[in-house]
Design a protein around this ligand. Structure first.
Ligand SMILES: NC(=O)c1ccc[n+]([C@@H]2O[C@H](COP(=O)([O-])OP(=O)(O)OC[C@H]3O[C@@H](n4cnc5c(N)ncnc54)[C@H](OP(=O)(O)O)[C@@H]3O)[C@@H](O)[C@H]2O)c1
Length: 247
């Protein structure tokens, strides 16, 4: 699938799933802007992605950063064809230990960031534009301790269901890709080094295809939904999790 002459923004893309999507978009011919909170990580990723990539340091949870990001995008590129709202994450906290801070942080990281990324992007997206939000299969099959995160990601699905009605006629489509476990720095950070291999084997066993996901799996689904061949697909949540969420 070609993204020649398309301008794409991937939030949270100096590592992990976002980086994988950004790389696939660059390989497909897009001009890709990536964001992250830490300049040195972002600069390294931009250098690896090559001349069709550029980086803007921006925290997707902070409105001032998002305003600066989209003002810069408009000034530099005029418009945006593809938005991948990927920045997000969570940490395991069982209900008994959930704090006000955990709730605020998790909802801010996954919902506030997504809401305002889309709100700021839409005015510079022409007809034919596509938005893909990165959810999680936790929204259907929450791992123990991930209920607040799962609720936030279920909220991402709810947002899209409403938004496709609100922007009907704009020519911009919005869909959700919901990954199962993918071995990224974010997921690895959950487990002690000595537990990691056993944990990833356990997670692979929960999938019906016998393995966990890769960033390439998630990028392939994301580019499909962002591309023109998916022009009749709007408002869906596509689970890319080896069938795990249906068990
Ligand atoms: N990995 C999985 O198994 C999995 C499964 C289902 C869903 N997901 C979802 O997939 C997305 C990516 O997860 P991941 O595992 O790839 O994460 P990751 O390995 O932790 O990488 C996150 C990337 O996003 C950046 N980032 C984090 N918070 C940000 C923010 N507020 N603003 C801008 N950039 C930010 C990080 O760079 P800086 O730290 O420099 O900002 C990094 O480049 C998340 O929405 C996550 O919930 C992941």
């Amino acid at each position: 699938m070609s993204f020649e002459n398309k301008t794409a923004l991937v939030t949270g893309a100096s590592a992990g799933i976002g980086y994988g999507i950004a790389k696939a978009l660059v390989d497909a011919g897009a001009r890709v802007i990536i964001t992250g909170r830490h300049a040195e990580r972002l600069d390294k990723a931009v250098a690896e992605l090559g001349p069709n990539a550029s980086g803007i340091v921006a925290d997707a949870t902070k409105l001032a950063d998002l305003r600066r990001l989209f003002d810069t995008l408009k000034a530099d590129h005029g418009h945006l064809d593809v938005l991948i709202a990927n920045a997000g994450g969570g940490e395991p906290v069982p209900l008994v230990d959930v704090t006000e801070q955990h709730v605020d942080d998790t909802l801010t990281w996954n919902l506030k960031s997504t809401i305002f990324s889309v709100q700021f992007a839409l005015p510079i997206m022409p007809s034919g534009g596509a938005i893909v939000l990165i959810g999680s299969n936790a929204s259907k099959a929450p791992p123990i301790g991930m209920s607040v995160y799962a609720a936030a990601k279920a909220g991402v699905r709810a947002l899209v269901t409403g938004w496709v009605q609100e922007i009907k006629g704009s020519g911009v489509r919005i869909n959700v890709v919901s990954p199962g476990p993918v071995r990224t720095p974010g997921l690895e950070g959950f487990f002690a080094a000595e537990e990691a291999e056993a944990t990833f084997d356990f997670l692979a066993g929960q999938s019906t295809v016998g393995r966990i996901g890769t960033t390439d799996d998630i990028a392939a689904a994301t580019l499909f939904l962002a591309g023109n061949t998916a022009g009749y697909i709007n408002g869906i949540e596509l689970f890319v999790d080896g069938g795990a969420a249906r068990l």
